[in-house]
Design a protein around this ligand. Structure first.
Ligand code: NI
Length: 268
């Protein structure tokens, strides 16, 4: 599959569950901007047919290259950044949950879900926008996951898809910096992620990031109950050059840790 087509399919799926993305795009286009995607992100379960090693093969086949690994101890995640084969394509940030670090109860719930994954499905690039490859969990199980890993709870209902797209502030001509971008987004009535501050990172860390709070969607749980859950969000990134004049390509773990909170929901 052509990489541009791959990204476009992900974008269509993402728009479907993230109406704010369309609002944001239209607003920036109306302001005279051409939108470029800095990166997109995926979440998955380790120890499953859709773990990072299995899935990244598709990215490597498309010419993506490993850049840097990251570890988020408090969120129980490993992640990799992949650089694209050509300019104009987004970087990819891919994380996976370290299931063994959760409680026995949470592990059992996840084990039940991943057992339902059709093994064949991982062979096609379309697995990246397959969504949930298992039955919807019951509300009680979702709550159990939520108590220890918001990431696991999100993944249990949303499945595999782009978790967020990211507007590259560097490519804008009508907005001077990330702060101006976030002002416009807030002006649209869209709530921003305030975890760690409105802007995460700084010129000194070579990457400044902001994000919205995820859209919410009514979901039917296996026990018949209906609840609003977080779907996906939009991110904004401004990259700076290092002392040698090279644009910073990686991610800042402390900032990424706060960006993960964009899918936070109130625990009940
Ligand atoms: Ni991101």
């Amino acid at each position: 599959m052509q990489t541009h087509q791959f990204i476009q399919q992900l974008w269509f799926d993402y728009l479907h569950v993230t109406p704010q993305a369309k609002t944001i795009h239209l607003a920036f286009e109306a302001a005279g901007e051409t939108l470029v995607n800095d990166h997109l992100a995926f979440r998955t379960f380790d120890q499953s047919p859709i773990n990072l090693v299995m899935l990244e093969q598709h990215l490597l086949n498309m010419g993506y290259q490993h850049f840097e690994p990251y570890y988020f101890s408090d969120k129980h995640l490993n992640a990799w950044c992949y650089l694209p084969p050509e300019k104009g394509l987004p970087r990819i940030f891919f994380s996976e949950l370290i299931t063994a670090q959760l409680s026995e109860a949470a592990q059992q719930i996840i084990y039940k879900l991943i057992q339902e994954i059709p093994v064949e499905v991982v062979k096609r690039p379309a697995v990246f926008w397959a969504g949930r490859l298992w039955s919807m969990p019951c509300w009680h199980d979702y709550q159990t996951l939520l108590q220890e890993s918001e990431y696991a709870a999100w993944l249990s209902v949303m499945g595999l898809r782009a978790n967020h797209f990211t507007l590259s502030v560097n490519h804008l001509t009508q907005h001077k910096d990330l702060s101006a971008v976030l002002d416009r987004v807030e002006g649209l009535g869209i709530q921003l992620n305030q975890s760690g501050g409105r802007i995460k990172g700084s010129k000194e860390t070579l990457l400044e990031q902001g994000a919205t709070m995820a859209d919410k969607m009514l979901m039917h749980f296996a026990d018949g109950s209906e609840h609003l859950v977080s779907t996906c969000y939009y991110e904004f990134a401004q990259r700076h050059t290092d002392l040698s004049g090279q644009i910073y390509e990686g991610f800042v773990p402390a900032s990424a840790n706060h960006i993960f909170d964009s899918t936070s929901v109130l625990k009940t």
